[in-house]
Design a protein around this ligand. Structure first.
Ligand code: PHE
Length: 339
């Protein structure tokens, strides 16, 4: 029986030293120490031993049980330590890995310029008006004194939706919509998107932006227009900026002018940007045509007004020194991040 016990001890020690998991450990515990385990069944056979041998065998059996219990416990601790180490390794975070760079969103350069233009005119007491981009022929042309056979109505320039409906080619229809509803004094700007059937190149796009301005009151003169545009040009392009009005024709203003600003790059000496001219055209303007006031129910003998229209893309190109308008629409973040 002693030999049997020693054999059990040897096997148990051997098996426990190889144990890999908690389940294995548990089945070994059952195998040796459980109710039907090997040690238990040996002890059950003790009754058959001579009385003087029993205490000796009993003591040995107890020692072996204690030995197995201790070894089980050691193995359990060992396994737990291994498991924890493995978990630590798997969940480890490498704090030296470089972070992913995130960029903050920014305002689009056209919005920056649009907002700046709005600021200047809001500062001079203007209100902001809006109108539809899908517009009636009446507002875009007819009421603006642009007759049926006028070249700017050419289907090559205008996106017609049907005979009477089109995508507005200018922000001027908003003048009419405002004057129809509101009597003078009127002092508004209308920033917005306009459409013309132009092929895309460095200076043209079928969609672009204008800011329209309209002032109607008693005694408004061309001098008021010039002074206003000068304040505007200087706050946008710098204090030294000069403006120049050149006679022009628009059906809805009389007299009409195209407005140039002194070149933002050379200051007027002549350079590549202004093509040697010293001046760059950015606006159309003039005194509101009496016929236009009349159509809106405003008496041209009592009131007068001035209007101007400004290209936002062209202004932004000047302000930021950009030579290709397509950059505004491509939304390449490397371009947009610079503003
Ligand atoms: N609507 C004109 C254009 O698009 C600009 C303009 C506006 C001219 C107001 C005079 C007065 O060319």
């Amino acid at each position: 029986m002693k030999d049997q016990l020693m054999e059990i001890r040897k096997k148990a020690e051997e098996e426990l030293s190889k144990v890999q998991s908690m389940q294995e450990l548990e089945s070994l515990r059952v195998k040796y120490l459980g109710k039907k385990g090997q040690l238990t069944s040996v002890l059950r056979g003790m009754g058959a031993l001579p009385a003087e041998e029993r205490p000796v065998v009993g003591q040995l059996a107890n020692e072996i049980r204690e030995f197995i219990e201790r070894t089980l416990e050691d193995s359990r601790q060992n396994l737990m330590r291994k498991e924890r180490a493995l978990k630590m390794e798997q969940e480890a975070i490498d704090v030296t890995v470089p972070g992913k760079r995130r960029f903050l969103g920014k305002k689009h350069p056209l919005s920056i310029v649009m907002d700046e233009i709005k600021e200047v005119f809001l500062g001079m007491g203007y209100e902001i008006a809006e109108g539809p981009e899908v517009e009636l022929d009446y507002y875009n042309f007819e009421a603006l004194n642009i007759p049926r056979n006028h070249p700017s109505r050419d289907v090559q320039d205008t996106f017609y939706i049907d005979e009477n409906v089109l995508l507005r080619t200018q922000t001027s229809p908003v003048q009419i919509r405002v004057m129809e509803k509101k009597k003078p004094p009127i002092k508004i700007i209308c920033p917005g998107r306009v459409y013309r059937s132009d092929a895309v190149d460095a200076t043209h796009s079928p969609i672009f932006h204008q800011v329209e301005g309209l002032v109607v009151d008693k005694g408004v003169t061309m001098g008021d227009l010039k002074g206003t545009l000068q304040v505007f040009a200087r706050s946008l392009f710098g204090e030294k900026t000069e403006i120049r009005l050149r006679p022009h024709h628009f059906p809805f203003t009389e007299p009409s002018a195209e407005v140039d600003v002194s070149c933002w790059t050379c200051g007027g000496k002549g350079c590549r940007v202004c093509k040697g001219e010293g001046w760059i055209e950015i606006l159309g303007a003039g005194m509101v045509h009496p016929k236009v006031l009349e159509v809106c129910g405003i008496d041209p003998d009592v009131y007068s007004g001035f209007a101007f229209g400004l290209g936002v893309e062209r202004t932004a190109m000047g302000k930021f020194n950009i030579d290709d308008l397509r950059l505004f629409y491509e939304n390449d973040v490397r371009f947009l991040r610079q503003f």
